[in-house]
Every structure is written in C-alpha cells, then in structure tokens.
Ligand binder design. Sequence first.
Ligand SMILES: Nc1ncnc2c1ncn2[C@@H]1O[C@H](COP(=O)(O)OP(=O)(O)OP(=O)(O)O)[C@@H](O)[C@H]1O
Ligand SMILES: [Mg+2]
Length: 355
Amino acid sequence: MTTTSTVNSLVQPLGEFPPESVVFGRTEAMQAVRDRLAKLAGANVPVLIQGESGTGKDIIARMIHAASPWKGGPWVKVNCPAIPGTLLESELFGYEKGAFTGAYGMKPGRVEMAHRGTLFLDEISELDLALQSKLLQLLQDGQFCRIGAQEDKKVEVRVVCATNRKLEEEIENGTFRADLFYRINVVNLHLPPLRERAADIPELVSYFLEYHNRKYNCRAKPLSGELMAVLRKYHWPGNIRELENLVKRYVILGSEEVISTDLAPRPQDFFNAEIPVDGQISLKKLTRQCVRELERKVILKVLQMHHWNRKQAAKALSISYRALLYKIRDAGLPSNRAARQRAVEVPPKQEVAAD
Ligand SMILES: Nc1ncnc2c1ncn2[C@@H]1O[C@H](COP(=O)(O)OP(=O)(O)OP(=O)(O)O)[C@@H](O)[C@H]1O
Ligand SMILES: [Mg+2]
C-alpha cells in the first residue's frame, strides 16, 4: 500500500528563487521570457521550455507554478531520464493492485498527485512513444488510466515540459510524436544561452558571490575588471550552472587563478582568422602556418589569463617552463612588460619556409 509519506515525498518543495532582476537580467530575450511568463502563468495551458543545459529551465518552471493560481497546490517534478523506461509508466500513471507481478497494492502516479497543481516533465524527449500517447490523452481530455485499471480517471493539472533537445528534429527522426509536440507547445519559452546574455554576467556573478559567501561563510572579494571581461567573452558551454560553479569554486578556494585556468578556450575560437586559399596552394605550408598561428594565439591567451606569469601559464598549458620560454621567443611574443600591450595588436611573424 502506498503510504501518505511516500505520496508526499513525490510532491517536492518549490525551493527559493534568486531575485527577478537576477533571473531575467536586462537582455531583450530574457525580458521577453519575463513578459510571456507573466501572461501565461494564470492560464491553464501547457508550456514548453526549451534551452541548452544550465540555462534555467528548472527555475523558470518553478516560477510558472509560483505565479499561477494553483501555487497552493502540488508541484510535482518528473525527471524523465532518471527513471528507467520500464518504471516510468507506473511512476507517471500509477497502478492497481495485481496489475503486474509485484503490484501488491494500488499506487497513484505522479500525474494524479499533481491534481490541482503543476506537473513538470523534465527532459520530455526521453518519453518513449507509448508513454507519449498516454500523455497526449491526458493533455487532450484530462484523462488517464492507471496500469491495470478498468476505467479512466480525470485530473486537473497544468503540464509544463522542458527539453534541451530540438523536438522538431526528434519529430523528423520519428522519435517524438508531432501531435504531442503541438499539444505541449501551446506556449513556448526559449531560454537563451549565457553567451548571448553577456550583459547579464556581472549581475549574476555578484548574486552568486554574495549567495555563496553567505552559504559557506566566506569573504571572497568582487572579481577584478580584467577577469570579468574574460567571463563576458567566454562561450559558456554549461551556461549559468557553469558560471555558478565557477563562482562557488572562487568563493571556497579564494583565488582568481582557479577561475582563469577553468576557462578553456575552444579550438574553433582560434580559427576565426581568414585563411588565404586563392591561387596556388601549398597544403603543407598552410597547415604549418595554421598550427603556428593556433599555438601563438593559445599561448598569448593563456599568458593574458595568468597576468603574464609564465610559470603558471606553462602549468596551464601542460608544458615545461623552458619549453614555454622557447615557444614565446619562437612565436615572436613579448617577454617584457613594455612590449606586452603591443603584442595583442601585432600580427604573428609570417613564415617564409619553403615547402
Ligand atoms: N536566470 C538565473 N538566475 C540565477 N540563477 C540561475 C538562473 N538560471 C539558472 N540558474 C542557476 O543555474 C543552475 C542551473 O539551472 P537549471 O537547473 O534551472 O538549468 P536547466 O536549464 O534546468 O539545466 P538542465 O538542462 O541541465 O536540467 C541552478 O543552480 C540555478 O540556480
Ligand atoms: Mg533542468
């Protein structure tokens, strides 16, 4: 038999939110999300939240519940990939006594527990096609059937779904039902990646700094303007989660170096220069030039990140100090303070080597 405590354990607390000014920041895309959220919160329509991992889909889903007329009702989150496929149906829709071997008692599913509240289906693309049809029925007429039950049950629930995949592609691949997509996508919220919200980074950093200083009883100082400029240019593959973890590490370990070594540049960041491929091309020569140029840019960037401390830069590049000194000379990079500033603008030495 299902006890009240197991039922309640699936109805999670909503948790705290950062202030709205931090969550939505000042970029246009997030302002549009805020306006949409305010309009949709009160209407019982399904919402689809899309965005890369770490962009805040979870926070936004909780904010939708908190701003809805059902905020006093249950908030039930289902992390679809975390529940094995075979169990997901019974977790979502529940079962009757004797529905299958081992079903000794009746168990309500999470859909039922979310009655007069919000059901948040995280990573919706992980639902298999059979479960997608059951969900479609729920969205179409508010009815579902426990496994092994004779009759359908009715439930009033606001469904919010999230995904970091492109569902349109899943539809083309035949792994996601188009009709379900149109049902869950009545209102869509697209959360931009952090690299497109660079103007919001300082505010997020100061929020996380204060939050983690308080939480870990630390007194880490605000970040330097130099490092903040690096953060604004970084590509943030892990989005706000990555930024938060970075600030947390800084608060606990207390040094900016911990941050700069973590901000690994992408190889493609170094390939934005024009490559001359007109006329007669020597592939060998071109490849050598590209490798030298890439090496020069990487070394320069790492030196800048380490405030020109060559010992630290060598460590970050996983080469010996002597090897770095040799490469600095070879790439024509400056080794004294006065020449550093110019180095950023001066183009690399042109290689004149023959084939
Ligand atoms: N707008 C925001 N303001 C402040 N903190 C945020 C914001 N968005 C996300 N965060 C923080 O970043 C972390 C990741 O956020 P969240 O779990 O909501 O992302 P997600 O999009 O659901 O990621 P995933 O796809 O990996 O599940 C959390 O710790 C959250 O508190
Ligand atoms: Mg999430």
